[in-house]
Design a binder for this molecule. Sequence first.
Ligand SMILES: Nc1nc2c(ncn2[C@@H]2O[C@H](COP(=O)(O)OP(=O)(O)OP(=O)(O)O)[C@@H](O)[C@H]2O)c(=O)[nH]1
Ligand SMILES: [Zn+2]
Length: 213
Amino acid sequence: MSSNTPPVEPATPATAALEYVDSCNLPTTWANFRMHAFFEPATGKEHIALTLGDVANGQPVLARIHSECLTGDALFSQRCDCGPQLEMALRKIAEEGRGALLYLRQEGRGIGLLNKVRAYHLQDDGADTVEANQRLGFAADLRDYSLCDPMLRHLGIQSLRLMTNNPRKLAAMEGLKVTISEHVPLIIQRNPYNNRYLNTKISKLGHMLSPEL
Ligand SMILES: Nc1nc2c(ncn2[C@@H]2O[C@H](COP(=O)(O)OP(=O)(O)OP(=O)(O)O)[C@@H](O)[C@H]2O)c(=O)[nH]1
Ligand SMILES: [Zn+2]
């Protein structure tokens, strides 16, 4: 925990695809982060980055690219692994005293909160997470990680030690300007409510997790 780390101010201006708005301190349970706010004109969405320590010194940065999950991140849902992953990522960054979290507003793998509720209803009736998306007319995963580049450029971050279990996320990041110097697993404990969901993530989305029956 490095609560005395000086704030890191943006190193470069934002691009047209993403407007940098402002930064402030964000004290949390684990560390005093710096919070940076961005506006995406094309969608009207507001995205956030948390940083800790000097992330612009050229050294690889321990990082989490987290997609919004209101139910898991804020409402303590046990249906997924998002909340515990978010907490573990912030804790690991705090332990290192340096790192970054990009919080992208891509709720429900990009289908939005209302459609995620529809998808959860279908899952209550037996569909798995991928089938539910498809029955609603969506692909399994609609997320776009291209916004990471202007956010990271703005923060002066060149290289990531990325905390994820998702090979598609790693592949998508490979196509961006930032370098992925290391893949860091982010494994949380299962519960009876997310067991099937996590097994589907392994079998249909390729997540690097151990199956549990
Ligand atoms: N459509 C849909 N979205 C979900 C469901 N459960 C969680 N999500 C969303 O999935 C996203 C998180 O996706 P994950 O694949 O768990 O995580 P990830 O970030 O891609 O992979 P990791 O980096 O390994 O955690 C968030 O946007 C959640 O809102 C679901 O059943 N249906
Ligand atoms: Zn979730």
